[in-house]
Design a protein around this ligand. Structure first.
Ligand SMILES: Nc1nc2c(ncn2[C@@H]2O[C@H](COP(=O)(O)OP(=O)(O)OP(=O)(O)O)[C@@H](O)[C@H]2O)c(=O)[nH]1
Length: 409
C-alpha cells in the first residue's frame, strides 16, 4: 500500500474583505470553476470542500459542506444575549469556535490524503477548502475566535488568505486605495499567513491602475498630484499633510507589496480565475517553505513551556511533601537523620537511652521504631508515585489532580 503521489493536502483559501467587496460572489465563482473542472475530468480532480463562517447571511449561492448556521442560530444569539448585529456575529463565531476540534476532525477525515493502492490514480480528496467569512471583516480578523479558527486551519492545511478588494471603489482616489492597503497589511501581520490581493469587479474597472500604484512609485506620485489638483479645484482628493503622509507611506509599503501576489478577477464573468489559482499554488509553496517551519517552531516553543511548567509542578509538589514530612517528624527530618540529639527530659527518658546503649530494648519501643520506618517507606513510596503520576502525564497539573482524586476513591 502506498499513497498516491498526486494527492497533495488541499489548500484552505480563506476569503476576507470589506463588506460588499464581493466575497460571496467570488466564492461562488471559484466554487463553480472547480466543480466544472471536476465534471470535465472526474478522475483527475475532486470538487472543493466548502465552509460558510458567516452566521448572518440569509442565503448563500453555493452548497456548503459545513455551515456555521447549522450549529448557531444568529438571531437567537442576538435575542438571548441582548446583542446588536456585530455582537451577535462575534458571539456566534465564539460559540462555533468551541467546536473547532470537531470541525477539524471532519476536515481531516474528508480532506487529508488517505493510503490507497499505488495503481489507483483517482483523485479522491478535494483540491481546495473554500472558506467564506462574515462581511464585518474586523469581527473575524480581530476576534479571538477568528484567530482560533485561522490557526487551527493553518496547523492542519496549507492556508492562504484571499483579500478581496472592490477595484472600482478602491481606485477612486489615492487615499481610499492607501486605506485599503493599510487594512490588508494589518491583516497580513496579524494572521501571519500568505496573502493574495484579489482586485475584484474588473469587468467594471480593470486592476492595471492599482497594480501600477503598487509596483511603480512614480505612477503613485503622479496620481497623488492629480488628487491634489482635483482637491484645489473643489473636488475630492488629498492635499497638504495628507498628501505628504500618503507619499511617505507609499515608500514604506514597497516591502509589503513585494510579499504579496496580486490578481485581477471578475467574479461576474469569471475572468482571471485561472490566474488566481496559479497564485494559490505559488502561495502553497511559500506556506510550506516559510510559514510551516515558523508554525512548527511556535508549536515546539509551546511544548517546551508546557514541559517546564510540568517540571516546576513536580518540584513544587516534592517540596510540599518535604514540608509535610517535617511537620510529622518523618522523612529526612525524622529522628536520627541529621537532627541534633535532644537532652533527656525525665529520669525514664535517661533510662531508656541507657538501655538503648547497652542493647536492652523494650518491645514497645521496637514497635514504635518499626512504625517510624514504615511511615518513611510509605512517604518515599508516595513520593515516587506522585512523581510517576506527574511524569506519566502530559497534562501536568490536571493529571496530578486526577491521580490524587483517583487515589482517594
Ligand atoms: N460588476 C460586478 N459586481 C460584482 C462582482 N462581484 C460582486 N459584485 C457585486 O457586488 C455586490 C456585493 O457582493 P457580495 O458578494 O454580496 O459581497 P460580500 O463581500 O460577500 O458582501 P457581505 O457578505 O455583505 O460583506 C453584489 O451586488 C454583487 O453582485 C464583480 O465581479 N463584478
Amino acid at each position: 500500500m502506498a499513497t498516491s503521489p498526486t494527492q497533495k493536502p488541499p489548500v484552505a483559501i480563506v476569503c476576507v474583505g470589506m463588506a460588499g467587496s464581493g466575497k460571496t460572489t467570488f466564492m461562488q465563482r471559484i466554487n463553480a470553476h472547480l466543480h466544472t473542472k471536476h465534471q470535465s475530468s472526474p478522475s483527475n480532480t475532486a470538487p472543493p470542500y466548502v465552509l460558510n463562517l458567516d452566521p448572518a447571511v440569509r442565503s448563500v449561492p453555493f452548497d456548503s459542506n459545513i455551515d456555521i448556521r447549522d450549529s448557531v442560530n444568529y438571531k437567537e444569539v442576538m435575542k438571548q444575549y441582548n446583542l446588536g448585529p456585530n455582537g451577535g456575529i462575534l458571539t456566534s463565531l465564539n460559540l462555533f469556535s468551541t467546536k473547532i476540534d470537531q470541525v477539524l476532525g471532519i476536515l481531516e477525515k474528508r480532506c487529508l490524503p488517505k493510503e490507497q493502492p499505488a495503481a489507483s490514480s483517482q483523485a479522491t480528496i478535494p483540491p481546495y477548502i473554500l472558506v467564506d467569512t462574515p462581511g464585518q471583516i474586523e469581527v473575524f480578523v480581530w476576534s479571538a475566535s477568528g484567530s482560533i479558527l485561522l490557526s487551527s486551519f493553518a496547523s492542519t492545511f496549507p492556508t492562504v488568505l484571499a483579500y478581496i478588494i472592490d477595484t472600482p471603489r478602491s481606485t477612486e482616489n489615492t487615499s481610499t486605495f492607501m486605506s485599503n492597503m493599510l487594512y490588508a497589511i494589518s491583516i497580513l501581520y496579524k494572521t501571519k499567513l500568505p496573502m493574495i490581493l484579489v482586485f475584484n469587479k474588473t469587468d467594471v474597472k480593470d486592476e492595471s491602475e492599482a497594480v501600477d500604484w503598487m509596483r511603480d512609485f512614480e505612477s503613485f506620485q503622479a496620481a497623488l498630484r492629480k488628487d491634489e489638483e482635483n482637491e484645489m479645484a473643489g473636488g475630492e482628493g488629498s492635499s497638504g499633510y495628507m498628501g505628504s503622509l500618503l507619499n511617505s507611506m507609499s515608500l514604506v509599503l514597497e516591502e509589503f507589496y513585494n510579499a504579496l501576489s496580486v490578481v485581477g478577477v471578475s467574479s461576474m464573468t469569471g475572468e482571471g480565475v485561472e490566474g488566481f489559482f496559479e497564485a494559490v499554488e505559488e502561495k502553497r509553496a511559500e506556506f510550506e517553505k516559510e510559514y510551516r517551519p515558523e508554525l512548527e517552531r511556535r508549536v515546539q516553543e509551546a511544548e517546551k513551556q508546557k514541559e517546564e511548567l510540568r517540571q516546576k509542578e513536580v518540584r513544587r509538589m516534592m517540596q510540599d511533601m518535604d514540608v509535610s514530612s517535617k511537620a510529622k517528624g518523618t522523612g529526612k527530618y525524622a529522628k536520627g537523620k541529621g537532627m541534633e540529639k535532644e537532652e533527656p527530659l525525665t529520669v525514664s527518658d535517661a533510662e531508656e537511652e541507657e538501655d538503648e546503649l547497652s542493647g536492652l530494648v523494650d518491645p514497645d519501643d521496637e514497635d514504635e521504631d518499626a512504625e517510624e520506618t514504615g511511615r518513611e517507606t510509605f512517604d518515599d513510596g508516595l513520593k515516587a508515585r506522585y512523581e510517576q503520576a506527574l511524569n506519566d502525564s502530559s497534562g501536568g497539573v490536571g493529571s496530578a489532580a486526577n491521580y490524587i482524586r483517583s487515589s482517594q476513591r
